[in-house]
Design a protein around this ligand. Structure first.
Ligand SMILES: Cc1cc2nc3c(=O)[nH]c(=O)nc-3n(C[C@H](O)[C@H](O)[C@H](O)COP(=O)(O)O)c2cc1C
Length: 147
């Protein structure tokens, strides 16, 4: 079977991880796969935040409603609909961002985040890693202020 199809068909979520560091090159492939995913009107509003720090992961695990596999995973990647960076880009060309005021932009931007997440998961699986998406992360909006 085609290896890409095999990777996608064999998807499953993993919630138990080895205590082994993820090499930078492997992580870079995952992040690049996320960033190379298509975005609506090429808006490129997806950002990823890589967390390796144990204490920060433990805090996220707690704030996500008590999900210990977040703390156990060697890397936790947060996917953000990042309208801050697009606002900064618009400012650089003397324009004002209005996308953040539009439901349509929020929905299409959120869809872009999901597409990027899917690409990142496929890249992780293709490199022999286990992953689980964490929607509970939405509960932990204050984590990056808290630590
Ligand atoms: C948007 C989204 C949010 C999810 N949030 C969580 C979560 O917070 N914690 C968790 O353990 N699993 C989470 N999952 C994983 C689902 O529970 C899992 O995909 C589903 O049970 C099907 O299992 P499978 O991925 O092994 O096929 C999430 C999945 C998606 C797509």
């Amino acid at each position: 079977m085609n290896p890409v199809i095999e990777t996608l068909i064999n998807h499953r979520s993993d919630r138990s991880y080895l205590d082994k560091a993820i090499p930078d090159a492997v992580l870079d492939n995952i992040i690049l796969s996320a960033y190379r995913a298509p975005t609506s009107v090429h808006s490129q509003q997806v950002s990823v935040i890589v967390t390796r720090d144990k204490a920060t992961k433990a805090k996220i695990a707690e704030l996500a409603g008590g999900q210990p596999w977040i703390a156990q995973a060697p890397v936790f990647i947060t996917f953000v609909l990042d309208m801050h960076k697009t606002r900064e880009a618009m400012t650089l060309i003397d324009q004002q961002q209005i996308a953040h005021e539009s439901i349509e932009s929020i929905v299409s931007g959120s869809t872009d985040v999901g597409i990027a997440l899917a690409s990142a998961m496929a890249a992780a699986h293709a490199q022999g890693l286990g992953v689980v998406p964490i929607g509970g992360m939405k509960r932990s909006g204050s984590v990056y202020r808290a630590v």
